[in-house]
Each structure stands twice: as C-alpha cells, then as structure tokens.
Design a protein around this ligand. Structure first.
Ligand code: BTN
Length: 260
C-alpha cells in the first residue's frame, strides 16, 4: 500500500471535539523530534494546545533518553503541549495512557491496554508509547503509534513483538483519524484531571491496566523482583506483590518491566 503523500490537517481539525488541544496543528515532513520542535515553537510564542505532527523523526526519543525508532509515512508521531496547572505529575503519563488506550480500543474494536508506565499494547505486542516531559511548567506529551505497514523490521530492531492499528482494525486507517482520536482522548483526560476529581481517572486506569494481575519481572536499582502486578497507585507507581512483600515501583526507578 502506498503511503499518503502528506497529511490532511483539515481532516484532523474537522474530527476534533476539543478547542484547546489542536488549536494549532503543525505538520513537519522531517524533524529531529516533535518534542524538541514543540519546545522551540512554544519558545516562539505558540499557545498551549499546539500540536506538532511529523512524518519522520531523525532523533526520536523514548522514555529515559532511549531512541524511538519510527517508520516514515506509517507511524503517527506527535507532541502536544497541555495547558499548565495540572497537579498530577506522577499520575499524568498513566492517566493519559489509559485514555489513549481506551480511544484506540474504540478505534480498532480491539482491547488496547496500557502497560505501565508508558506502553500501549494490543495483545502482547507494542502498539505505541507515550513520553511526558515538563518544560517551563508545560507538560509536553509525545506519542508514537504504529498505524500501518509492515512491522517485522521494527520488531527485529527493538527486539520485541510489535503491531499496528491497521492489524487490529483489519482495514486501512488514516493517520489523521488516529491523531484526532488521540487528541480527543487526551483532552478528556486533561479536563478530568483539571477538575480535581481523580476518581474517574483512577477507574479508567484500573480498567485499561494491561499488567493488572500479570506476572512481572522488574529489573531496577533494587535488583530483580519477580512478582505479580496488582495495579497502579494514585501517584502513578506500579504496585507489585512479591512473596509476602508489596512494593511500589516508580518511573524514577529506571525499571524494565517484563510481563511473563
Ligand atoms: C516510549 O515508549 O518510550 C515513549 C515513546 C514516545 C515516542 C514519541 S514519537 C513522538 C514524540 N517525539 C519523540 O521524540 N518521542 C515521542
């Protein structure tokens, strides 16, 4: 299948249910990282809610400075600046991940889940990831999702099973429609978090938590923990039972999670 030659920004705008996120959507054919580009645009005075979406990144970044590999023309790669004032720093990545997983599940009619802290998965295969950075009080949310095309090379390069939204959907999907679905979901999460009532967010996280009840192996500063993921705490930590001990693992711990 041929890649679409460019990106139809009007199609995105027409499908948005939010006037805040996506108030400006800026397309870049090639960029170092949409996170860096968004930061530069904010410094130049672009408003919160601005989105940068790219066809290709030359320095795409994952969590903890890891490289994010993309497939030009086939992946959805974007960053959006959330309005300031959210008091939910630890919870934010998992909250956004849960709302995204729900929206992508509705888009594909497949059970998309969040694998703590920032993976979006379909079955056991990685569909995408989320990166949240705080810059000058702004939350910059970067999202990479495999939408179309072959993933065998990518799976080999990153050493894990990978899938795409189109595999889940079993028909072609435009990246514009996936972007609009993601922005609408992020706007719902942002509004709910801004309301101060975390109950609905906590329930959403519990519903979409793909590791809940799963055996996990955690490699981190405390060494290797083998246990069962019990859920995600209100501060965003992963709760793991290992033997009689219950441990909370935080994203700051530089952990690698392996669902067994
Ligand atoms: C992860 O799984 O480690 C998070 C990956 C986030 C990747 C996206 S792609 C768009 C945005 N720009 C980047 O450089 N990273 C994020």
């Amino acid at each position: 299948m041929r890649n679409e030659p460019s990106f139809d920004l009007e199609r995105v705008q027409a499908a948005l249910h939010t006037s805040v996120l996506g108030c400006r959507v800026i397309w870049r054919e090639t960029v170092d990282s949409t996170q860096y580009e968004l930061r530069r645009l904010l410094e130049q005075g672009e408003p919160d809610g601005t989105v940068v979406v790219a066809n290709e990144q030359t320095a795409g970044r994952g969590r903890r400075g890891r490289v994010w590999q993309d497939r030009p023309g086939e992946d959805l790669l974007f960053s959006v600046a959330l309005p300031p004032g959210l008091q939910a720093e630890g919870l934010l990545p998992v909250a956004l991940g849960a709302y995204l997983a729900e929206a992508l599940g509705q888009e594909t009619q497949q059970p998309v889940r969040l694998h703590w802290p920032n993976d979006l998965v379909l079955g056991a295969s990685k569909l995408g990831g989320i990166l949240v950075e705080v810059v000058g009080g702004h939350f910059l949310v970067g999202v990479g999702i495999n939408v179309k095309g072959r993933v065998s090379d990518l799976a080999r390069r990153i050493g894990r099973s990978v899938t795409t939204l189109e595999v889940g959907l079993e028909r072609p999907l435009r990246r514009e429609d996936a972007l609009a679905a993601c922005l609408n979901a992020l706007a719902r999460a942002q509004e709910q978090l801004a309301s101060g009532d975390r109950g609905p967010v906590a329930r959403k996280i519990a519903d979409l938590d793909g590791l809940r009840g799963a055996p996990v192996i955690i490699t981190g500063p405390q060494g290797l923990i083998e246990g069962t993921a019990l859920g995600i705490a209100l501060d965003g930590a992963l709760i793991v039972r290992s033997g009689l001990a219950v441990t909370e693992v935080t994203v700051a711990d530089d952990v690698t999670i392996q669902a067994t």
